[in-house]
Design a binder for this molecule. Structure first.
Ligand code: ADP
Ligand code: MG
Length: 245
């Protein structure tokens, strides 16, 4: 029995002026699947993620999230987006709000949760990312790794069906990468559907169910981590891996 994909991208095309950034990209993600996207800088990875949650509008193709097209006229992009959490390289925490308020802001303002309920969930999420004691602290007092874990908790507070990560550890000092990857690994183990752009090949191999290699706006090759890392079929994949592994 096959389950319907929770994300379905078909023949996506996106350009900025004359720069063609996504060429005929198709991909599917099953519920609970962890898909890792790798590829050189400028290959269109961020643009693809941004199309998925409606931050960029492709000229052609279709994106369906839980079988609802993002491209249809009149579709409520904010509603679909609220079902997807996104974590960026830069944490973008609100500097004037403490950690707890950073996490409760959107649930209270956007989802109209009561402050008490939002705080309950925020505290449990802070426990989950190992930062309960930081609830009253301000972002400026946090390390990069702590900030990114708060950013993950903030995204989870909207109770998303899907989490998108765009190089979540690329801005971190090396000693903090592990604590963020550990949180992501736990999320994956709980069955969260995740699409992750990363250069952490060890993580991709260990946690990814499927790895996509992108170059120049094309998904060149995809497969299980084992297939892609140990036995790449395409010369372009091999060339890329030889530089990063
Ligand atoms: P990656 O995340 O793989 O490094 P990006 O998706 O960020 O790649 O970028 C792909 C290409 O699209 C690059 O050539 C980049 O310069 C271009 N690009 C990305 N965003 C914009 C934008 N907002 N306006 C113009 N060009 C953009
Ligand atoms: Mg990028």
């Amino acid at each position: 029995m096959s389950t319907a994909p929770i994300i379905e991208v078909t023949n996506l095309h996106k350009s900025f002026g004359t720069n063609i950034v996504l060429r005929d990209v198709s991909m599917q993600v099953a519920p609970g699947e962890v898909v890792v996207i790798i590829g050189p800088s400028g290959s269109g990875k961020s643009t693809l993620l941004r199309c998925l949650n409606g931050l960029e509008k492709p000229e052609n193709g279709d994106i369906r999230i839980e079988d609802r097209s993002l491209m249809q006229a009149g579709v409520k992009i904010t509603e679909i987006r609220s079902r997807m959490g996104m974590v960026f390289q830069q944490f973008n925490l609100f500097p004037h709000l403490n950690v707890l308020r950073n996490i409760t802001l959107a649930p209270v303002q956007v989802r109209k949760q009561t402050p008490i309920k939002a705080e309950e969930l925020a505290m449990s999420l802070l426990g989950k990312v190992g930062l309960l004691e930081k609830a009253g602290h301000y972002p400026a007092s946090l390390s990069g790794g702590q900030s990114q874990r708060v950013a993950i908790a903030r995204a989870l507070a909207m109770e998303p069906q899907i989490m998108l990560f765009d190089e979540p550890t690329s801005a971190l000092d090396p000693e903090m990468v592990g604590e963020v990857l550990a949180v992501m690994k736990e999320l994956a183990a709980e069955g969260m559907t995740m699409v992750i752009v990363t250069h952490e090949m060890g993580f991709a191999r260990e946690v990814g169910h499927r790895v996509l290699f992108m170059e120049q706006g094309v998904i060149v090759e995809e497969g299980t981590p084992q297939m892609l890392f140990d036995d790449p079929k395409q010369e372009r994949t091999r060339a890329f891996l030889s530089k990063v592994l």
